[in-house]
Design a binder for this molecule. Structure first.
Ligand code: FA5
Ligand code: MG
Length: 468
């Protein structure tokens, strides 16, 4: 298959949903990504992502729901309007799909916040949509996934004083249904330099009231999802484990350029803390940019696949894209949630690829969980546009993409299993294990070998690696 990245086949324009965009040295959206465009899984009746979306929306009954916003946005919408610094790693080509230097596939639903605040006549809204990130290949990461954004604001102009506004927010807190959820760490301290109260805009009491409303609203939403999940487990005769351990959540400090202070909500579920969403008190300059400077409020962004995987017990994120009736036929939005029954597990075909990198240079194999506000958890440095004379620096996400482009959903996992530097030459060697496994059939040895050989050759032609 043609790669939009290799210099010999680079087209002068790239067409998405019938619209041509001029390509440039930033263009890095491969055909395998464009082919996901327009599936709108979050709107497909009886799809688990749609069922999960509706369940969450039902916990915010007064909100407007925006579910049809297009994924091609400007760099301004995705980053600048949200206060991302010019050198923020989230802007890097290794993490983000650029249509061209001014245009990206949105990396988060937050890209629509400013426009939505500007147009909004109501106080609250959700935005559910497909988002795109260059990322690892494993059972919980896919380069296209779905987020739901939620936001609620109050207008100062409706109140005679800051004290009156605070009173109203606290009165609104009382209207949120009570829950008996265990909240492990209801009020973590937060870093007052990196994650301050916005004291030039908000009184501490206002900020505190907004944060309380935010946390109680999201705890209420999580209770809805997880009590459904518990019922589904009980119906499957697997409830005992869940009953022993009551549902538990905790708040963890987090950093986003578009909220302060910020938190992540984690849920204790079957032996693990799982990050479900990020949230915080909306950055006031963002609201000013949206021409609603008198508003104050909160926002959150959650991963829909993550919640749907928990709710239905779906073991692999690739399954959401399946058109197989053995998958789709298991979900019915008119009935209580049921546990997903794996229809079959086809054999895995692991294959290793080992190679020398072309020269000593930057190798980015890790995506550290940074304390920065990356919308993507990846922490790669922005790379220079590749030139024709020397191969670009190797970033692990580049390999992930070669694998995705070639093997699509027939690959389950890609993992670095060995890395060393030659003591004399200083050259770097890497070995990755690519695990092929189809969700729908048994891959023959020949099929796995053919995919693997294509990937090996692509690594040579794109990155100048030397196979070992
Ligand atoms: C953000 O994208 C922020 N824009 C969220 C936000 C919105 C914060 C509004 C504050 C206010 P983050 O990159 O952590 O944050 O992603 C949010 C959620 O998306 C994560 O908690 C996780 O549930 C989900 N998510 C992130 N990356 C992936 C992935 N590769 N696959 C599946 N789900 C993912
Ligand atoms: Mg995060």
């Amino acid at each position: 298959p043609r790669s939009f990245l290799s210099t010999d086949t680079k087209p002068s324009s790239i067409t998405i949903d019938g619209t041509p965009y001029p390509a440039d040295e930033w263009t890095n959206v491969p055909p395998s990504i464009i082919s996901h465009y327009g599936r709108s899984l979050h709107l497909q009746p009886n799809h688990p992502l749609s069922i999960t979306r509706k369940l969450i929306e039902s916990r915010f009954p007064s909100f407007q729901n925006h579910n049809n916003l297009k994924p091609v946005v400007t760099v301004g919408q995705n980053f600048d309007s949200l206060g991302f610094a010019a050198d923020h790693p989230g802007r890097s080509k290794t993490d983000t799909y650029y249509v061209n230097k001014d245009t990206v596939l949105r990396t988060h639903t937050t890209a629509h916040e400013v426009d939505t605040f500007r147009a909004n006549t109501n106080n609250g809204y959700t935005i559910t949509a497909d988002v795109y990130r260059r990322d690892a290949v494993d059972r919980s990461h896919y380069p296209v996934f779905h987020q739901m954004e939620g936001a609620l604001t109050w207008d100062r102009n409706d109140f005679s004083s800051r004290g009156e506004l605070t009173k109203q927010i606290l009165a609104d807190v009382e209207k949120i249904p009570k829950h008996d959820l265990v909240v492990d760490n209801p009020n973590p301290t937060f870093h007052d330099v990196r994650n301050p109260l916005q004291s030039e805009h908000h009184s501490p009491e206002e900020a505190e009231a907004v944060a309380t409303h935010l946390k109680r609203s999201l705890e209420n939403m999580v209770v809805a999802i997880f009590s459904e999940a518990d019922k589904a487990l009980a119906a499957a005769g697997q409830g005992a484990e869940a009953e022993q351990e009551p549902l538990k959540v905790r708040w963890v400090e987090a950093f986003f350029p578009h909220t302060s202070p910020s938190w992540e909500l984690e849920v204790w579920w079957r032996g693990d803390w799982l990050e479900v969403l990020g949230c915080g008190v909306i950055d006031q300059p963002l609201l000013n940019r949206a021409d609603v400077p008198s508003r104050i409020g909160w926002a959150f962004g959650l991963g829909l696949e993550r919640l749907a995987m928990l709710l239905f017990g779906i073991p692999d994120i690739r399954l959401f894209w399946s058109k197989d009736q053995r998958f789709l036929g298991q979900f019915d939005e008119s009935k209580p949630a049921r546990r997903f029954q794996p229809f079959s597990k086809y054999p895995a075909a692991p294959r290793d690829v080992a190679f020398w990198l072309p020269k000593a240079g930057p190798v980015i194999t890790e995506t550290p969980a940074s304390v920065s506000s990356a919308p993507s958890p990846a922490g790669g440095q922005p790379t220079e546009p590749p030139t024709t004379s020397e191969p670009p620096a190797f970033h692990e996400n580049d390999l992930m993409e070669v694998v995705r482009n070639t093997a699509g959903t027939d690959v389950e996992n890609v993992a670095l299993i060995d890395s060393f530097k030659h003591p004399k030459t200083g050259r770097q060697s890497l070995c990755y294990r690519v695990t092929y496994r189809s969700l729908e059939k048994t891959l023959t040895n020949e099929e796995a070998n053919a995919l693997h050989e294509q990937i090996r050759q692509e690594l040579v032609s794109r990155f100048g690696v030397e196979l070992r």
